[in-house]
Design a binder for this molecule. Structure first.
Ligand code: ADP
Ligand code: AMP
Length: 217
């Protein structure tokens, strides 16, 4: 299955991506994770991306599209994938359609995680991520047993730079302006399915998997 997760920052895309990708047995491809790995390694791509990420802005389309093109050409993505955080603009969505058409395929479904702004702000302000395995935690909604330490791998947790309140406000503005139009874009293609992404993580996962069933997932 070829699937895209869409929704505002903090909607739970990364959290659900782990479970849904495992259920579908496809690789999870998160452009945010790839950018952060490049920033951490100070690669030329990371150096370029960092200034935009820190400001809560999108990395330019050309850079992002080239990065995704390379990733989707890897063998593990040949039979399916779950994209988390891409596409985020209409030009990215058009480029993805074109790229998949070149491979002789297309997206099966776009899953929208629906959450309101107040909940998103609560989620982002308490988000913590593991340095070791990337597991996403929340200080209140999904806390590890020992503060600041990942239950899964023992790694140290960190707070993302772009989860500061000022940057979050900018990211929500960017989402409304640049990414929300994709809901109509994929709706017009008949590929959009929206689910309520509030409530316990497991309940959202169940809703996601149920919603994908009618698309062959
Ligand atoms: P996104 O990838 O969409 O930006 P994340 O998956 O990183 O969002 O989730 C943002 C924060 O919200 C994390 O701290 C995560 O633990 C928390 N979270 C995710 N899903 C839920 C949920 N259903 N209820 C409460 N908190 C959640
Ligand atoms: P995320 O982890 O999805 O919240 O992404 C973190 C940041 O990485 C975003 O705020 C952007 O700066 C950048 N980013 C991730 N995905 C994209 C994308 N598809 N297009 C442009 N920028 C992106």
């Amino acid at each position: 299955m070829r699937l895209v997760l869409v929704g505002p920052p903090g909607a739970g895309k990364g959290t659900q991506a782990e479970f849904v990708a495992a259920h579908l047995a496809v690789p999870k491809i998160s452009t945010g994770d790839i950018f952060r790995a490049n920033v951490a390694a100070s690669t030329p791509l990371g150096v370029k991306a960092k200034q935009y990420m820190d400001a809560g802005q999108l990395v330019p389309d050309e850079v992002t599209i080239n990065m995704v093109r390379d990733r989707l050409a890897e063998p593990d993505a040949a039979d399916g994938f779950l994209l988390d955080g891409f596409p985020r603009t209409t030009p990215q969505a058009v480029a993805l359609d074109k790229l998949l058409a070149e491979f002789g395929t297309g997206l099966d479904v776009v899953l929208e995680l629906v959450v309101d702004d107040d909940e998103v702000i609560r989620r982002l302000s308490g988000r913590r991520t593991c340095h070791g395995c990337g597991r996403i935690w929340h200080v209140e909604y999904d806390p590890p047993q020992r503060e600041g330490v990942c239950d899964r791998c023992g790694g140290k947790l960190f707070q993302r730079e772009d989860d500061r309140a000022e940057t979050v406000a900018e990211r929500l503005r960017v989402y409304a302006r640049d990414t929300a139009p994709l809901v109509d874009y994929y709706g017009a293609q008949g590929k959009l399915v929206g689910i309520d992404a509030t409530g316990p993580v497991e309940d959202v996962t169940t809703r996601a998997i149920d919603a994908l069933r009618s698309y062959g997932g």
